[in-house]
Design a protein. Structure first.
Lengths: 289, 247
């Protein structure tokens, strides 16, 4: 019985981790689906989300308000970064954009380092006694993180399926030239996609900072490998694939940490990435939203 | 109408779409050298000619998918020469490309929603188009990538017709269709015209296209070669010999 509870507990932690990964992976896959290039600076949006929330908490805001404001600020910031660095290169193909995004990642990461220092920080998350049901333990903070992640994914689902913007994003992803022929302002669609992608990245960053304190300026870059694993496993450009891929990666990391070796948490995500590239390379070929 | 009549290109004053002196190309390669085309209200006009004559290039130039090097295009009197592709729908002109003309990842209904994004009562317009293409109503929740070639062509036309344009440009409506479906494709083009939208189409299947068309233009080496009533073109020995492979 103890073993069974242990397995279910491990799976539960995996699903909680997976839900945070999913928010990050969906943000990355949305931007790829519409713009057709992998934004390597995406991890820095996670970092900036966490540090902006920290800054706002330091200015006296409560954590929930600080988190919401930070997400909005980084959403707008993501659009500005895209406008300044990516828009001028948008007709040069994916490779120049990809290389530029690596440079943008370095710049943003070192700006955070210069502004906040390299020491570990943490958000003021209250210590809470876990709930125990049938031997399973669930920390209220983890439950809150999971609920926030599920709400974020549901919002993205509704956006894509029920709104005209979502349909325009999917149309632009499916056939950009036909979208313009059909009267869609694809530049506006791309700008809104950057906003949504950046918001998702910042949400993932705040949730990650809440769930796994403390954090450093490299948190987003380090987490990018996990996000890539989930994204590629689900087929890049496919948000629902990214959600499923994230849950698989989250569970694999949790199971590996619990039953194989604790110190290799990130290695399990990396192993999935390698396996995808070996046996399911079409995952990097890209699909439509 | 004599052979001589179709060798001169007549400029029409009552055209809903007028392309004048269109010059364009790809990179440094010029393809069109001053092409003129007019389409009047309630008219199907077919553009044909040998491979490489510049037929599809003309469509792309009119729809601003290629830059106009010279010349002008007007729709209902408005000069659209400098209008961006994504704004052309507002000027009353829509375009159905030859290939990749539906959004494969969207359902039939969503494809129509995209076409009707700027339409005030898109539900009513969708209903009118379902009357025109009843098969689409049966497939409304199906992803476009699962449709047959004929159904895709219907969807492509319906998507372009959602804004109720004055002129519809269609690039080879019969391309890729099974022989038994080609007549149906031209039936649909006729129904579009009968419903009040003028049609400019490029077509390789010349004889079938001229049977439903009102007028035709022949392009050759990027220039106007013949122009006239569809019946006169069908009766012209020179046109049949040179462009339809019939003596």
């Amino acid at each position: 019985m103890a073993d069974f509870v242990g397995v279910v507990q491990t799976l539960l932690y995996g699903l909680i981790n997976g839900s945070v990964i999913a928010v990050g992976a969906v943000g990355l896959t949305l931007s790829y689906g519409v713009t057709r290039f992998i934004n390597f600076a995406y991890g820095e949006l996670l970092t900036l989300g966490a540090y902006t929330a920290l800054l706002l908490v330091g200015m006296g805001l409560g954590l929930p308000v600080a988190a919401v404001v930070a997400v909005l600020v980084i959403g707008v910031g993501g659009v500005l970064v895209a406008r300044v660095f990516y828009d001028p290169l948008s007709d040069r193909g994916a490779l120049p954009l990809l290389i530029t995004s690596i440079g943008v990642a370095f710049v943003l990461r070192n700006l955070v380092r210069a502004a906040a220092g390299t020491e570990a920080r943490q958000l003021p998350v209250p210590l809470m006694r876990p709930w125990v049901v049938a031997g399973l333990r669930l920390n209220p903070v983890d439950a809150g993180v999971m609920i926030a992640a599920v709400v974020a994914m549901l919002s993205i689902h509704l956006l894509l399926q029920r709104t005209m913007l979502g349909k325009k994003m999917r149309a632009t992803s499916g056939n950009e030239q036909l979208a313009r022929v059909a009267g869609i302002d694809t530049d506006a669609v791309v700008r809104r996609t950057w906003l949504i992608s950046s918001v998702a990245g910042a949400v993932a960053g705040v949730l990650l900072a809440v769930q796994f304190p403390p954090f450093r300026p490299t948190m987003g870059w380090d987490f990018l490998i996990v996000v890539f694993s989930a994204t590629l496993l689900g087929g890049i450009g496919k948000p629902y694939g990214a959600m499923v891929g994230a849950l698989v990666v989250g569970v694999a990391m949790s199971v590996g940490t619990r039953y194989v070796a604790t110190e290799y948490t990130m290695a399990y995500a990396f192993a999935i990435l390698v396996l995808v590239l070996l046996f399911k390379p079409e995952g990097i070929a890209g699909g439509e939203l | 109408m004599s052979e001589k009549d179709i060798e001169s290109v007549e400029r029409l004053d009552d055209a809903v779409l007028s392309a004048r002196g269109v010059e364009t190309g790809y990179g440094d390669l010029q393809v069109l050298y001053g092409v003129d085309v007019d389409v009047r209200e309630d008219e199907i006009v077919v553009v044909f000619g040998p491979n490489g004559a510049g037929k599809s290039t003309l469509m792309k130039a009119i729809y601003r998918l290629l830059p106009l090097w010279d010349g002008s295009v007007t729709v209902t009197g408005d000069d659209i020469s400098g209008v961006a592709t994504d704004d052309l729908v507002e000027y009353g002109v829509s375009y159905v490309p030859q290939t990749d003309n539906v959004f494969p990842n969207l359902t039939v209904g969503e494809n129509l929603d995209i076409g009707g994004a700027s339409v005030a009562d898109s539900e009513a317009r969708r209903g009118e188009l379902f009357d025109l293409f009843p098969r689409l109503e049966e497939r409304v929740a199906q992803r476009a990538e699962t449709l047959s070639g004929g159904e895709r062509q219907m969807l492509a036309m319906a998507r372009a017709l959602m804004p109720d344009p004055d002129v519809l440009l269609i690039d080879e409506p019969s391309a890729g269709l099974a022989p038994q479906l080609i007549d149906r494709a031209f039936d649909h083009v006729e129904r579009v015209r009968d419903a009040g939208t003028a049609v400019l189409m490029v077509e390789q299947n010349v004889t079938a296209a001229l049977r439903v068309a009102d007028r035709g233009y022949v392009l050759d080496m990027g220039e106007n070669r013949f122009e006239g009533d569809a019946d006169a073109m069908l009766d012209s020995d020179r046109v049949r010999e040179l462009y339809m492979g019939q003596a």
